[in-house]
Ligand binder design. Structure first.
Ligand code: NAP
Ligand code: MG
Length: 404
């Protein structure tokens, strides 16, 4: 069969450890046989980042801006131990943080769901996507451990030196704690746009929740910005597609999410999104089945697995031991990116390939062939545990049998 041709390249960002190995296997067995793959390759593996003083990460992000679609392998975020292990020039920042800062995006996390993987919440029969605002609030806070009696004040001075706001936060008569956080209208606006656009692209309802009844200025501003942007720019298109935008207090949202059947996007402020995405991932089954896409307001998309480089398995692999690492989320990062490329460039065969490959991987698991992590979770009579590469090869067999 003739290979599928691409028009525009995909930005390919290679990574580290076990996921780097999986990356190459997926290309060899599941992509290259079917697609005349066109990528602009950036090696974000730690060795190359160190060699280039991390310029490669910035260049990769710029390339995603240029081409609109990227796919990223998990990468090591160095800590002190990694600096020694890789003999690094310095402790580089998280590549995802660097890329996010350049693309100004919102992170959407969606579990890969299957009938044989029963969520802990019985009513959930469709995935729930968490959209996390990844800027500001407590992640950029100023905090202070109050040691003694004294007065905490909050003051805002405009650029001309006029004090516009000056209030006592608390008159301490004992030691305590103190914190100041902020956010920016333009960041909240881009978060809102990313959420509305993702809802349109995936044809799902969008929920948004904050604590606006208690935080009448801070959280209420989030609510107001979302509502204004929705009314002015998205309402008509949502109605056309028959999807809804729904704002509710976070307490109410939590209760409704648990009672729901899933199948929507839940937009959360930074901290809520951090916590809730871990809860949702766990309740759906496994981190190894969680996909992640960064969407920027000007329409760039970067796909990746939500998990890390699976270091523990990599060390086993280096010792020559057989591994059984789950490649599903990394495969879905590739199919997600290829599907988006196909949609943007109007290549229906590429979209079909992505749909079929995802279906084949799911069918492989339903047929009882899976990696060890899923074998522990799956509700199936007969299960065969496969090694990392064996599973990928099995998916290829299923795909070939399906597509013929
Ligand atoms: P991790 O790589 O996500 O792995 C944590 C554990 O989760 C693994 O040891 C494994 O459990 C299980 N697991 C995760 N993915 C799996 C998969 N595909 N198949 C089977 N099991 C899987 O997190 P980590 O060990 O905390 O971090 C390792 C490195 O990844 C760090 O250097 C960190 O900086 C980096 N990281 C990168 C990203 C990213 O690039 N987006 C995200 C997170 C972490 P068992 O060991 O019990 O089998
Ligand atoms: Mg978290």
């Amino acid at each position: 069969m003739a290979k599928i041709q691409m028009r525009t390249p995909l930005v390919e960002m290679d990574g580290d450890e076990m996921t780097r190995i999986i990356w190459a296997m997926i290309k060899e067995h599941l992509i290259n046989p079917y697609i005349d793959l066109k990528t602009e390759y950036y090696d974000l593996g730690l060795v190359k980042r160190d060699e280039t003083d991390d310029r490669i990460t910035v260049e990769a992000a710029e390339a995603v801006k240029k081409y609109g679609v990227g796919v990223k392998c998990a990468t090591i975020t160095p800590n002190a131990q990694r600096v020694t292990e890789y003999n690094l020039k310095k402790m580089y920042k998280s590549p995802n943080g660097t890329i996010r800062a350049i693309l100004d995006g919102t992170v959407f996390r969606t579990p890969i769901t299957m009938d044989c993987l029963k969520p802990s919440v019985r009513s959930w029969n469709k995935p729930i996507t968490i959209a996390r605002h990844a800027y500001g609030d407590i992640y950029k806070c100023t905090e202070y451990r109050v040691p003694t009696n004294g007065k905490a004040e909050i003051k805002f001075t405009d650029e001309n030196g006029n004090v516009l706001f000056d209030e006592t936060v608390f008159d301490f008569k004992c030691p305590g704690v103190l914190m100041a956080t902020y956010n920016k209208d333009d960041s909240i606006e881009s978060f809102a746009h990313a959420c509305f656009q993702f809802a349109l692209a995936t044809k799902q309802d969008l929920w948004f929740s904050t604590k606006d009844t208690i935080s009448k200025k801070y959280d209420h501003t989030f609510k107001d910005i979302f509502q204004k942007i929705y009314d002015e720019q998205y309402k008509a298109r949502f109605e056309e597609l028959g999807i809804t935008y729904f704002y509710t207090l976070i307490d109410d949202a939590v209760a409704r999410v648990i009672r729901s059947n899933g199948g929507f996007i839940w937009a959360c402020k930074n901290y809520d999104g951090d916590v809730m995405s871990d809860m949702v991932a766990t309740a759906f089954g496994s981190l190894a089945m969680m996909t992640s896409v960064l969407c920027s307001p000007d329409g760039n998309f970067e796909y990746e697995a939500a998990h890390g480089t699976v270091t523990r398995h990599y060390y086993k692999h280096l010792e020559g031991e057989k591994t059984s690492t789950n490649s599903m989320a990394t495969l879905f990062a590739w199919t997600g990116a290829l599907r988006k490329r196909g949609e943007l460039d109007n290549i229906p065969e590429l979209v079909k390939y992505a749909d079929d490959m995802e279906a084949a991987s799911l069918k492989t698991i339903e047929n009882g062939f899976m990696t060890k992590d899923l074998a522990l979770l799956a509700d199936l009579e007969n299960k065969t545990v496969l090694g990392t590469e064996e599973f990928i090869i099995k998916v290829r067999e299923t795909y070939d049998a399906m597509v013929g």
